[in-house]
Design a protein around this ligand. Structure first.
Ligand SMILES: [Zn+2]
Length: 79
């Protein structure tokens, strides 16, 4: 005889899917609330607070990283 709880019947796929779906949304909600996102004043995209914007490379209105230069660095081959 089994000592642990054994389900009487097999649960339908949809039942387990809905249970997992509600768990997923709750976890996502908690994560989005814990991460402090702020909106960039220049390009209006969301980025982490106190960090450089990944879209335009600006921090507090100052240009910190140049995306074009970074792309050139990666693609340029030194001969
Ligand atoms: Zn930006």
């Amino acid at each position: 005889m089994a000592k642990h709880p054994v389900p009487k019947q097999k649960k339908p796929k949809n039942k387990s899917k809905t249970r997992y779906g509600s768990f997923k949304t709750s976890v996502l909600k908690r994560l989005t609330n814990s991460v402090n996102l702020s909106i960039c004043p220049d390009c209006k995209s969301k980025h982490l607070a106190h960090t450089v914007c990944q879209e335009c490379g600006k921090y507090r209105g100052r240009q910190v990283t140049d995306k074009q230069k970074e792309i050139e660095k990666i693609t340029k081959i030194k001969a």
